[in-house]
Design a protein around this ligand. Structure first.
Ligand SMILES: C[S@@+](CC[C@H](N)C(=O)[O-])C[C@H]1O[C@@H](n2cnc3c(N)ncnc32)[C@H](O)[C@@H]1O
Length: 415
């Protein structure tokens, strides 16, 4: 088994040798985003791909374009609610290979040429290597009236510069996380040391004030031996995104849960996983820089961070309900039954798979609470998300509820 990309292993080992063991969050930052050798920062080997069927993992847009098509339909509705601003800006954050952007842009061209003329599509991507892939997939739109542009991070967007829609698919789950463990009755943080040519873990009592504050805010009482992850970068990101939005909607699609579920008693090992060649593993200390790393998102804390930055929660749903609300049945109805595209589209809806694992947090700012088609179906009983006794996902239901009868979601999301 390889330890990892040789230059990256050497760079991390050298940092540990000179400064002592590093917090896991730093190890993950280097493994994924070391400027030269990190997993997302290196160009893929010729002929190989990172994201996709022959890569380490695939995302919705590798399966079928319906997610991009549904987001385009949602954008048309948001544009009308915002009274057709010039420009209508769409900001996609963490665009991967750029397939979702391609599907979205193709769908907008079909849905509304008038919106297409006012559209400005900004991709937020920190990796030059990923951006190069995005440019390939978006070639038909490049140079055409400057509609497509890139920035490196949400901090590059000027405050209140966006009127429109900001969205991401599988972004905060790719942010480096702090990992903690309850040991000897106290919260300890996982650090990474380098000994005898291998990366090994060690525990240190938790001293990071931001992680301490996070745990205090959720009032978590975790048992001895419990391991989990804290994603502070997701909170900073949410604040930056909120600041850049003047008026409009933010849609965050990712693996995740309410805090009550994510930090519940049956997730004693947390949700951290690595992906290599479509296989999941719990070992981040092999194939360093050659495998993806990810942890599920705490949507409660994301919603709270957004509220503190001036956003309101519009709704919280799952991918299956979002797609159904945006008319995916009709889109699938146009496909040949049992054909490969038909089965691919159904794959994104499967209640035992991508349809329910993916959650969608919708927030708004600068407008009255919008009634969005993507939130027509309400998969969670509000009481299940508010009660301290019961846990959200076990109480998912598929009943149709008018959007106006939903309880305020911010309280539903509180742990
Ligand atoms: C898991 S992939 C996302 C997949 C893609 N959205 C899709 O639907 O196929 C994560 C992407 O986010 C980018 N990324 C990670 N951290 C970022 C950050 N802080 N700002 C912008 N992009 C980031 C990565 O380079 C990569 O392109």
């Amino acid at each position: 088994m390889t330890l990892g990309h040789p230059e990256l292993v050497a760079a991390i080992a050298s940092e540990i040798t000179s400064s002592g063991p590093i917090a896991f969050v730093r190890f993950m930052e280097l493994a994924l985003y070391h400027p030269q050798f990190g997993y997302y920062m290196r160009p893929p080997d010729p002929g190989a791909e990172r994201i996709g069927w022959s890569g380490d993992f695939y995302t919705s847009s590798d399966v079928h374009p319906i997610l991009g098509q549904a987001l385009a339909k949602q954008a048309v509705q948001i544009d009308a609610l915002l009274e057709s601003p010039v420009p209508f800006t769409v900001v996609e954050m963490g665009p991967g290979k750029g397939l979702l952007a391609r599907d979205f842009l193709q769908a907008v061209e079909r849905e509304s040429q008038e919106l297409r003329r006012r559209l400005r599509y900004v991709l937020v991507e920190r990796s030059p290597a990923m951006r190069a892939q995005q440019e390939q997939h978006l070639a038909p739109w490049l140079g055409r009236d400057g509609c497509v542009a890139w920035v490196e991070g949400p901090e590059s967007l000027a405050p209140s510069s966006v009127t429109g829609l900001m969205f991401s698919n599988e972004l905060p789950d790719a942010f480096p996380v702090h990992r903690i463990q309850i040991a000897d009755g106290i919260v300890q943080e996982i650090f990474v040391d380098y000994r005898d040519g291998r990366f090994v873990e060690c525990l240190k009592p938790l001293t990071n004030p931001a992680v301490q504050a996070y745990l205090r805010r959720l009032r978590l009482a975790l048992p001895e031996g419990y391991r989990t992850e804290i994603n502070l970068q997701a909170l900073d990101w949410m604040k930056q995104v909120a600041e850049s939005l003047a008026r409009g909607v933010i849609v965050t699609i990712d693996y995740g849960h309410s805090a009550q579920d994510l930090y519940g008693p049956d997730r004693t090992k947390g949700t951290f996983l690595c992906y290599y060649s479509q296989m999941a593993s719990e070992d981040p200390y092999i194939r360093v820089g050659q495998q993806d790393m990810t942890a599920h998102v705490d949507f409660t804390s994301l919603a709270t961070a957004g509220e503190e930055a001036g956003l309101s929660v519009t709704g919280f749903t799952n991918q299956m309900s979002f797609l159904m609300g945006l008319g995916v049945e009709e889109m699938i109805g146009r496909l040949e039954p049992e054909s490969p595209p038909f089965r691919a589209a159904l794959h994104l809806l499967k209640p035992e798979g991508m349809g329910r694992t993916f959650k969608i947090l919708v927030q708004h700012k600068g407008i009255a609470r919008p009634e969005l088609d993507g939130l027509t179906f309400k998969p969670f009983f509000g009481s299940a998300l508010t009660s301290n006794q019961v846990r959200g996902e076990r109480h998912e239901a598929m009943g149709r509820h008018p959007a106006s009868s939903r309880p305020p979601l911010t309280s539903s999301l509180q742990a």
